[in-house]
Ligand binder design. Structure first.
Ligand code: C2E
Ligand code: MG
Ligand code: MG
Ligand code: MG
Length: 284
């Protein structure tokens, strides 16, 4: 009897797996098509200078506007793009689009901002990454210091020396780099000290705790500052969180309280002066 049950479970389990595998396969096929048919868009979320309220940057966030599925969150397709290698052409598309849109913004006379682009582990691992970044920036004539590349702690651990080398080369070009989702990975403090980066971005899980209890955020900020790094806090959703971060000396804040990710036109219209009156919820 026990054996029979086991067999049944195995059958159910297998069927479940194949449905999942099929869905993955389908999604991969659709992503390939999405790339060809330009179903992707980039939305921009403001980064505010915590002390002055100035909009000094924007994070570029990929959106998939699928005719069949609607707006698909990157969380639901980046992992599959990563596994299938499709993230490489998609990542190239994002870099191109962002550089082009930033030049367009500049040409229209809006105040300059620094734009952050997320890199996936596979992208960062490519031996040609530095050349790729160099050509996209040169081709579009974007000032390199206006581009910041976001990597995660886990990406830096596997091939530490190669990673440091790449970051150095990007620095020499004038490109900024940031460690995203800081505090959620496994990097050691000594590794952080060795990485030639410009910013850490404190993960929203810590920031959203910061209304009540602040020791972790406070230590991350002072650690970063003692290493000469700037600090961005992600996921700021309330005025209380913003006030806490301001008191703790956090350099930049990002989150729904300041502004959600929006298409470039909306971004430009919403932040025409590059400043946001602090605490004005109507701007969200
Ligand atoms: P991330 O780089 O950590 O980006 C921040 C995420 O937090 C974004 O989610 C953003 O919309 C969301 N967020 C911003 N403010 C708040 C807030 O106040 N509250 C909450 N709850 N969330 C907030 P999104 O756009 O869904 O992107 C998810 C992740 O997908 C990103 O996390 C990034 O890792 C990845 N991703 C997005 N675009 C790209 C891309 O072009 N390339 C790669 N490789 N990954 C990307
Ligand atoms: Mg990011
Ligand atoms: Mg990220
Ligand atoms: Mg993050």
């Amino acid at each position: 009897r026990a054996k029979g049950q086991g067999t049944n479970q195995a059958v159910v389990f297998d069927a479940g797996m194949s449905v999942e595998a099929e869905e993955r396969h389908l999604l991969e096929k659709e992503l390939r098509k999405a790339l060809e048919q330009e179903e992707f868009e980039v939305h921009y979320q403001p980064l505010m200078s915590t002390q002055t309220g100035e909009i000094s940057g924007a994070e570029a966030l990929l959106r998939w506007n699928s005719p069949k599925r609607g707006m698909v969150s990157p969380m639901n397709f980046i992992p599959i793009a990563e596994e299938s290698g499709l993230i490489l052409p998609i990542g190239q598309w994002v870099l191109n689009r962002v550089c082009r849109e930033m030049k367009q913004r500049e040409a229209e006379g809006w105040p300059p901002v620094t734009v952050s682009v997320n890199l996936s582990p596979l992208q960062f691992d490519q031996p040609y990454l530095v050349e790729q970044i160099h050509s996209v920036v040169t081709e579009h004539g974007l000032e390199p210091s206006r581009l910041c590349l976001e990597i995660t702690e886990s990406m830096t651990i596997q091939h530490v020396d190669a990673c440091i080398d790449k970051l150095h080369k990007l620095n020499e070009m004038g490109i900024r780099t940031a460690v995203d989702d800081f505090g959620t990975g496994y990097s050691s403090l000594s590794l952080l000290q060795k990485l030639p980066i410009s910013f850490i971005k404190i993960d929203k899980s810590f920031v959203q705790e910061a209304g009540a209890s602040t020791p972790l955020v406070e230590s991350m900020i002072s650690l970063a500052h003692s290493l000469g790094l700037g600090v961005v806090a992600e996921g700021v959703e309330t005025e209380e969180q913003l006030n806490t971060l301001r008191r703790l000396g956090c350099d930049f804040t990002q989150g729904y309280w300041i502004g959600r990710p929006v298409p470039l036109d909306t971004f430009n219209a919403r932040f025409p002066t590059g400043k946001v009156p602090l605490g004005n919820g109507s701007l969200r």
